[in-house]
Design a protein around this ligand. Structure first.
Ligand SMILES: Nc1ncnc2c1ncn2[C@@H]1O[C@H](COP(=O)(O)OP(=O)(O)O)[C@@H](O)[C@H]1O
Ligand SMILES: [Mg+2]
Length: 263
């Protein structure tokens, strides 16, 4: 009998039937934030998550990060169920969330120090990540001495320093001006190509999602369900304005608009 490899490739991240209901302690009132979310993310894939405000994007990311619990469902990373935070799942937030009293390099070494690595050794290990995000010359600066874009670069270097398998990013460029945002998108893609990390990236910008992602997941308004998964089959490096890009942008905008007016 012919023995064949199993054709079904197990995704790196498997999200199965995830729901989350928040119950208020005071009066027992319930808010369903997420309803029956299922999707798989393959190794090295770049996924963008889009959806109306309040549809549960942050909640979903926090559940995957292990910072928040789910009411029902199962999430596994490489087959192992997620039960709490782990350096394998790095997170970058919209707010730069650097420690103001630590220099750039000491912010980036923080995770390694938490793992018990000595400061000198940790500093040596993170040099390459500071170079990767273009902050080599600013490693001894304090966060308040840096622009928003540079602070976010430091946060990205800090996430990479833990050598995560997957990076969870919650509107990381949301607070930046358009020019800086475009530059950071270019740089993030360069790092992604070099490091082959898997990305799950929340954004409210359709342009950003179309520019970055292999697939984009559009969610419904609350309770967040999956409305549609759109494959972005545009070659890289991508234009931001080609007719194909514009067509795809229009299609995704239409999906989001339906949600805005559906309830
Ligand atoms: N800790 C919490 N307690 C109660 N309700 C919450 C909590 N976190 C989020 N929610 C509610 O869940 C819904 C989804 O929130 P969130 O995940 O922040 O949405 P998004 O990031 O898509 O804007 C919102 O209605 C929000 O008020
Ligand atoms: Mg959010």
């Amino acid at each position: 009998m012919e023995v064949r490899d199993c054709d079904v490739k197990m995704g790196r991240l498997n999200i199965k039937n995830v729901s989350r209901i928040f119950t208020k302690k005071e009066d027992g009132s319930r808010t369903e934030a997420l309803h029956d979310i299922s999707f798989d993310v393959q190794d090295g894939e770049f996924i963008c998550l889009l959806g109306p405000s309040g549809c549960g994007k942050t909640t979903l990311l926090r559940i995957i990060a292990g910072l928040e619990t789910m009411t029902s469902g199962e999430i596994t990373l490489s087959g192992v169920p997620i039960t709490g935070p782990d350096p394998k799942r790095g997170m970058v937030f919209q707010q730069y969330s650097l420690f103001p009293w630590r220099t750039v390099i000491d912010n980036v070494t923080f995770g390694l120090e938490m793992q018990g690595i000595k400061k000198d050794e940790a500093r040596r290990q993170v040099e390459k990540y500071l170079e990767l995000v273009g902050l080599g010359q600013f490693k001894n600066s304090y966060p308040h001495e840096l622009s928003g874009g540079m602070q976010q670069r430091a946060a990205i270097a800090r996430a990479f320093a833990n050598e995560p398998e997957i990076l969870l990013m919650d509107e990381p460029f949301g607070a930046l001006d358009a020019q800086t945002r475009n530059t950071l998108q270019d740089e993030l893609l360069k790092i992604w190509e070099q490091k082959q990390v898997t990305f799950l990236f929340v954004t409210h910008s359709v342009d950003e999602a179309v520019f970055l992602s292999d697939r984009l997941i559009v969610m419904t308004s609350r309770p967040g369900r999956i409305k549609e998964i759109v494959k972005v089959e545009l070659p890289r490096p991508r234009s931001r304005t080609s007719p194909e890009v514009n067509r795809l942008r229009d299609r995704v905008l239409k999906l989001l608009k339906e949600e805005r007016f559906s309830r």
